[in-house]
Ligand binder design. Structure first.
Ligand SMILES: [Zn+2]
Length: 177
């Protein structure tokens, strides 16, 4: 890393500390003595999504986020809930250590999460992703969901997972009901 002030090629590290997902280094130029900071982060290996038609496409977090956001549109979710879902899925995907992953696997991951987060968002996502051909298929899915809710009501997670619950949002939600 060349010095941003004089362009000299060499610097010494005067401080180094771990930050969230990398290392922050405070450096001093060996020529002009200016100080600057560099961050070192691990570059995740590229992840490719295998599409239905067999084509491969580099994993695009924004695309994933857009899909989840669309399904959750106008649902009473805590701010950050949608981003949180996308972040967790992305992290989970990279944790698998795989370099290729079928799009269907990602779709299923989104569905599993939305099912716990918000049933309307889940149905919206499923209707696009599963390509419901008619209202019967949609009804079956809703019925399954409704039965599941009655039988396993104790298992149902709150609409907003506790980790994204923050006081102001909680109040907003109450007034909206
Ligand atoms: Zn310098």
């Amino acid at each position: 890393m060349n010095c941003p002030y004089c362009g000299h090629y060499d610097s010494k590290v005067i401080d180094s500390r771990d930050v969230n997902d990398g290392i922050r280094r405070r450096r001093q130029c060996l020529q002009c003595a200016s100080r600057f900071t560099t961050y070192e982060r691990l570059q995740p290996a590229s992840l490719f999504v295998i599409k239905k038609d067999g084509r491969r496409e580099e994993f695009d977090r924004d695309k994933l986020l857009a899909g989840i956001r669309k399904a959750c549109e106008k649902r009473p979710l805590a701010s950050g809930a949608v981003d949180g879902q996308a972040n967790e899925i992305e992290a989970e995907l990279y944790r698998t250590g795989r370099t290729e992953i079928p799009g269907a696997v990602i779709g299923d991951m989104v569905m599993a999460r939305l099912k716990k987060l918000d049933h309307i968002a889940y149905i919206r996502f499923a209707s696009v992703y599963r390509e419901f051909e008619d209202i019967t298929m949609l009804k079956e899915e809703v019925d399954t969901l409704a039965n599941h809710t009655i039988i396993n009501s104790a298992d149902q997670l709150p609409l907003i997972p506790p980790d994204v619950l923050v006081a102001p949002v909680k109040n907003q939600r109450r007034t909206r009901r």
